[in-house]
Structure formats: structure tokens, C-alpha cells
Design a protein around this ligand. Sequence first.
Ligand SMILES: [Zn+2]
Ligand SMILES: [Zn+2]
Length: 343
Amino acid sequence: MDFLSEVIGEAVILSIDSLILGFCVKQLSKCKHILNALQTAPVLDIDNSLNKEINKYPNYVIPYVVVRGLVKPLGNPITSNYNQSVTGVIQRLIIKEHVIARTSAGFWSDQTRTIHEFCNSTPFVLTNGKYSIEVVDALAAELLDLDVISDKFEPMSPGVIDHVWGFFSGVRQRGLQTMEEMLRDGSYITAVGELSRTSSGLKIQPPKDGLPLYLTTSTKSSLLKRLASSRDFLRVLLVLFGSVAAIASGRIAYKYIKRRRRRQADENLKQQLAAGRRERRAQNRDKDLSEVQLCVVCSDNPKEIILLPCGHVCLCEDCSENIRDNCPICRERIHSRAPAFIT
Ligand SMILES: [Zn+2]
Ligand SMILES: [Zn+2]
């Protein structure tokens, strides 16, 4: 059995574990980066002081900032499909299919699949009285807190044919869930992003250096707490998967060392047996041999081996083990060898 098949289980675990570990490390460094940026991000009020503050930064751009204000559409707001009295600036419609599917283990379990998702948005600002900041590219926000306006579930009543079909296909329809979420006109939210002042006014948008834009009902401190807890969770995962990697690598190393020791022991035993054989042969050999009968290499033992195809009988068995390639007499390549019995 070769070494790879001996450690295949550990190798598979180690490769899957390394992938997860790599992902965790990446997520953790991203999380720390955001946490640091958010900790140092200034919290600014949308008022007259904002212009003074932005003047302190080069090109009138504050890389990461926290502002709070009321959502107000710049044009006509979007009206909810399900509740005509609700208007907003971002609308998300999700249609989910609920099914009971048979798992590979043979159990039936509830599963949900999103079959359609649709987003709609209209330009809007965050305002606080007469001052306002336009929110650019709001749909790119990593955290976008929306209110659920409508959540309906329409169950399906399956017939006999559906039951039979479901039994064979392994999927039974339960119903459709239609959800509508909106960022309502007039809601008070926190925006975290890059704040800039251009000729058209103040804008908040996704930052350029990979930091996320947040549009949330949470405050800066609760955002920080949330990030810190996901950082801690990632650290726990890192320790967990790191230990799995260490155990798997340790087992591979242990098996490798064990295998090497075993081979070494086998080799030693083989050498010991060969030496014993050589000794026994030497004791049984005829001591009074003429010069021509002796091996051309050691001139000690009798000639015992015939080299083929050249046919020279010139070596003893011990020397023949060390001469692999060419006949020492005629230099012809040795293809095979056989014991020679000279009587
Ligand atoms: Zn010899
Ligand atoms: Zn030869």
C-alpha cells in the first residue's frame, strides 16, 4: 500500500479544512479591517457643522463616516404592491418556494428555495431639517435593513397524482411565500460610508477601499458590538479548524515516521538474512579452487552466476548483486542472470 492511500482520509480532511481555514482567515482580517475603520469613523450630525468638518479632509472626502437622518425620496416614492398607504425608496420582492424534500438519508425535511428576487429603488437623501445627504448606490449596501410590508404564504393543496409524483421524485410542494420589504419613506436610519462634497451637494456612497456601506436602523455602538461578536465567532472557528488541521497533519507525520521505521526495520532484517546466507554459503564452499574457477571481482568465491545474453560465467553470487548493468568481461548489457552449475 503506498503512502497516499494510507493517509487518504487525513489528506481529504486536511484539504477541506485548509479551504475553510483560509476562508475564515480572510473573513477575520476583513472583519478586523471594518471594525478598526468603524471605530475611528467620526459620527457627524447632518447640520451646518458638516460642511466645516468636510473642509478638513483632502478633496472634501471623508473616507468612512457615520451619519443619521430621515429617509426622503428625491422624486416620487415607490408605492407598496401590497399596502397602498406605504411608500418607500427601496423595494424588494422575494418569492420563495417551500417544499418537503427527501434527503439522501431518506428523511423528509422542509426546504426553502428563492425562485424570484426583485429590487427596485429611487434616489433618496438622508435629511435633518434643511440639510441633506444623497445616498448613492444604496442597493450595494452590505447591510440594508428593510421593513417587512407583507409576508404571505399560499399553501398548495396537492391531489392524489401530486402525492404519487412527490413520492417518486422526492419533492412535495408545500406552497409559495411572497414577501415584500421596503425602506420606508420617513424612517430614521444610520448610514456608514464614504462622505464627499461635490458641486451637486453632499453624497454618501460605498467606500473605495473595500469597506462596506451600511444602511441600518442600528446605531454605531450596536454595529460595533455586532462586528466584534462576529470577529469572536470567527476566532473560535479559526481555533477549531486550526486544531483539526494540526491533528490531521500530526497524524500524517506520525504515519510517515511509523512507515519509515517499519521500512528501516524490514531493510535491516533483509540485510541480516542476506549476511547470514552469505556466511552459510562461504562455509559450504570448496576451499581448494584454481585461479580460473574464482570470481573475477573478489577472487575469493567460486564463479556461480551466468550472465545473459553474453553467457559469461565470471561472478560469484555476492558480487553479482552489486554489478547490475554490464558484464565485467565483454561489457555487454546484462538482461538476466541465472545460477551456473559447474561440475
Ligand atoms: Zn565475487
Ligand atoms: Zn560477457
